[in-house]
Write a protein that binds this ligand. Structure first.
Ligand code: ADP
Ligand code: ZN
Ligand code: ZN
Length: 799
């Protein structure tokens, strides 16, 4: 195909699902399956690959390079090799600069061929090759798998999975810093060696205290100068070393542990020995353990074993879970470097971390969702903490699920996979119950107190103050009097969910969405949490002119205000997205809370997950119903997970905890099951319901979302797509159901109309075949260019 031809004028018939296929073996559609012989590629893949110094590669030079380019198109583009081949020869994984339309872009060679579909003379040459050696092979494999599995263009997948600086064409190289240390002569020199240069003598003395040397920065910070360093170097007393900024090899890393491992309890020991049994093979394990049962301790000891064998461990944590506390815990245990990948890094830091992982220098890599795309030279294990957490699913662009990719990746590398959670996803539980994954339960807390049970508090007919019923307020008062802390959980930020006119019933609605606007007091305004539109508070009702406008319901601000009025002597900390916009605000509030004086915490799920709040003994859930009874098929699962997580904050240390759950539906069978018998019992029940309703994990889904400013455009395309797909499915006799198009649960959002088409199948391969066909059809249909569409494989929500 001639580059560039950004419009897919080609008939989609030729765009079979294999069009992204590259030369190496195809990844299977299944995330798991009978473990095939894993293709193990160990050894530092890019750093130690021999660079043929001027030698010609063995295979003849290819005449066509198929290049993946960041674009929304599901296709590759052919180029001619540049006149000068890279030293390693042309290979998949090399970044190249090419002209594409009127732009120059960075693409990645994914295939080298002898011929393309067009005469060679029609092809443009690659402008330059940007790498000496290809990008890591494991990374390339994962990106190809991801592109195929999620029906996302390979060019964009590769682009998304690269650190920004590499996307821009920067070299994959570690930044370094200088370190100064004494030479043998320096060590031998007495303290009176430099009688006429007292500062140099002092510097020599300082370096003597640091046998492994000191970084320039540390030296200059002690008001020594570069001239003094130079003078000592000239005298042969001091020498300069270069070391990578990220994950520099530690001098005494023979001792892996900086802090001793804890002696494990019986269940932990059983889990760890199960993991030890198979460190050399794909071995998926679900570690199901209540909060505080010591899952992290099991992770740490598994990592110890993996790193002890010279391999790397990749640890994924939910967005909210990668706190300085978590990192500190990992860094405290190990003497080897722990590299963290999170959204707070600069582009340079991210590249450094990526390089440290890819080169194998970083034995432990810990990061949030996108860290699944970190290349590893010597992969040894993948750990996914809080595997049920929804932050592992990217909800726009490349809609991947990091946990599911972790499964694919562990399988590919042939390494253990450890998924941990107090409230596993139904997907993972189903696999464990089927015996596909090993189930490792931790039923007891490592610390003193069992997790508190949920006490349901009937809200019906009770007055409420800031959302709190009298028994909840009494319990709060008692807890504070006993000198403890209280966490009030309310999953709505703002002052009140909306503003209402008491005279005519008008409600503040968003102009652009089918949604109400939230009332905020700090600062006072109406805001739509779906599109971020803001409006000044009206003085009077826009419908009837009445000035009797009242807040309806409670959000965090209102509950905070109520509690501050009711308990004036006790500090109230509100923790939500609004109160913690400044990066350190959250940590500062937590630091104060950890000091342990009686206080009230009012927060959204930012607080509910991951944080160790040892002095909280009472948790009040203001409204359990909003989360549990939403229309989505995962609402009960996710609502229950959140409730259990919140409840897990109570009684983590010296005192037992209590959890009050306010509800309008205290007799609801699901809620009662959860309160009386716990998450596992509810999960069993929900699994049965999913089976009966033919929903995941018993059936596979893909959701096509369509949106347009013009309702008609979206629905017309939806109808045509459905008709075409049904026709094709009938012809192929493929067992895939196609439902819709139907309006999305919130049809109008951000001024646009949203529709969806749902595909479902018993077999993943059938679903993927249909998804691939549908994607190709949409790409080739001119009307589809006027409608924004996206296909979500394994959607987490149907909204
Ligand atoms: P989880 O990850 O399941 O929430 P953690 O690993 O954080 O649990 O453990 C909770 C607390 O119990 C921590 O303070 C941890 O240090 C402690 N702990 C874990 N395992 C043990 C053990 N075997 N012996 C003593 N204390 C332990
Ligand atoms: Zn009115
Ligand atoms: Zn809106």
């Amino acid at each position: 195909m001639p580059p560039p031809d950004p419009l897919p004028g080609t008939a989609y018939g030729c765009l079979s699902p294999a069009r992204n296929a590259l030369s190496v073996a195809e990844p299977s559609w299944e995330l798991t399956g009978p473990p095939e012989t894993p293709t193990r590629r160990r050894g530092a893949q890019y750093s130690t690959r021999p660079v043929a110094g001027g030698q010609l590669p063995e295979s003849p030079a290819p005449r066509v390079l198929r290049v993946a380019i960041p674009s929304p198109l599901h296709r590759l583009f052919d180029y001619r090799p540049a006149r000068e081949a890279p030293a390693c020869g042309w290979q998949p994984g090399l970044r190249v600069r090419v002209s594409f339309g009127r732009r120059e872009v960075v693409g990645i060679v994914v295939e080298c061929r002898d011929r393309g579909e067009l005469p060679l003379s029609d092809l443009k040459p690659v402008l330059a090759c940007l790498d000496d050696t290809p990008l890591p092979e494991d990374w390339l494999w994962l990106c190809r798998f991801t592109a195929r599995y999620y029906q996302h263009p390979l060019g964009d997948t590769l682009h998304q999975a690269l650190p920004v600086l590499l996307r821009q064409g920067r070299a994959l190289a570690a930044r370094t810093r200088e370190r100064w240390a004494l030479t043998a002569a320096g060590h031998a020199a007495g303290s009176d060696a430099l009688p006429r240069a007292p500062r140099q003598a002092a510097l020599l003395e300082m370096l003597r205290q640091h046998p492994h040397g000191l970084a320039s920065q540390a030296i200059l910070a002690q008001s020594f100068s570069r001239d003094q360093l130079k003078a000592l170097t000239a005298k042969g007393l001091v020498e300069r070393h270069e070391e990578p900024l990220a994950a520099a090899p530690q001098p005494d890393a023979d001792h892996l542990l900086a802090d001793p491992a804890l002696p494990l309890n019986r269940e932990q020991a059983h889990a760890l020995s199960a993991l030890h049994e198979r460190l050399d093979a794909y071995h998926p394990c679900l570690l199901e353990g209540v909060t505080g049962s010591g899952k992290t301790e099991v992770y740490l000891q598994l990592i110890e074993a993996v790193v002890g064998r010279g391999r790397q461990a990749l640890v994924l944590v939910p967005e909210i879970g990668l706190t300085p506390q978590t990192l500190a815990r990992f860094r405290k245990r190990f003497r080897v470097p722990v590299v963290a990948l999170h959204s707070g890094l600069t582009d340079h830091e991210r590249l450094d971390a990526w390089e440290a992982a890819a080169s194998g220098r970083a034995p432990i890599v810990i990061g949030t969702r996108s860290a699944i795309f970190t290349p590893l030279a010597r992969p040894g294990a993948i750990i996914v903490d809080e595997e049920h957490d929804s932050s592992y699913k990217q909800q726009d662009g490349l809609r991947y699920h990091a946990r599911d990719l972790a499964v694919a990746r562990a399988h590919h590398h042939g390494i253990p996979l450890l998924l941990g959670s107090a409230t596993p996803s139904l997907e993972s539980l189903a696999r464990a119950r089927r015996g596909d994954w090993r189930h490792l339960p931790l039923t007891r807390r490592a610390t003193r107190h069992a997790p508190a049970g949920l006490e349901l508090l009937d809200l019906r007919g009770r007055p409420r103050l800031g959302g709190l019923a009298p028994p909840a307020l009494e319990a709060i008062a008692e807890t504070l009097k006993a000198g403890h802390q209280v966490l009030v959980f309310i999953n709505r930020r703002g002052f009140a969910p909306t503003l209402a006119c008491h005279a005519c019933g008008w409600l503040a609605e968003c102009d652009a969405c089918d949604a109400r606007m939230t009332l905020h007091r700090q600062p006072p305004l109406l805001a739509c949490h779906h599109c971020d539109r803001r409006r000044a508070l009206p003085e009077s009702c826009p419908e009837c002119g009445s000035i009797d406008l009242r807040p309806l319901g409670s959000g965090t601000e209102r509950t905070e205000e109520t509690l501050a009025g009711r308990f004036p002597k006790v500090p109230v900390h509100r923790i939500d997205r609004d109160s913690t916009r400044r990066r350190d605000a959250f940590e500062n509030a937590l630091a104060e809370v950890r000091r342990g004086d009686p206080c009230l915490l009012v927060g959204t799920q930012m607080l509910a997950k991951g944080h160790h709040l040892p002095h909280v003994t009472l948790v009040v859930v203001v409204n359990a119903d909003a989360g549990l009874y939403a229309s989505d098929f995962r609402a009960l699962e996710q609502g229950a997970q959140l409730l259990v997580q919140v409840a897990g904050r109570a009684g983590r240390a010296a005192h037992p905890g209590r959890v009050l759950v306010q509800t309008m539906h205290p007799d609801d069978p699901h809620l009662r099951l959860l309160a009386e018998r716990g998450y596992a019992a509810l999960a069993d029940q929900l699994l049965e319901e999913r089976r009966a309703a033919a929903l995941p994990p018993f059936r596979f889904l893909a959701l096509l979302r369509l949106e347009s400013a013009r309702e008609e455009a979206a629905s017309e395309l939806g109808r045509r797509a459905a008709t075409a797909l049904r026709g094709w499915l009938a012809e192929r006799e493929l067992a895939v159901d196609c439902l819709g198009p139907v309006p999305a649960p919130m049809e109008r959002r951000q001024g646009r109309y949203h529709l969806q088409l749902m595909l479902s199948a018993d077999k993943r391969s059938a679903l993927h075949e249909a998804s691939a066909w549908l994607t190709a059809w949409l790409e080739a249909t001119p009307e589809a260019r006027r409608v924004r569409w996206s296909l979500d494989i394994d959607p987490q929500t149907l909204s």
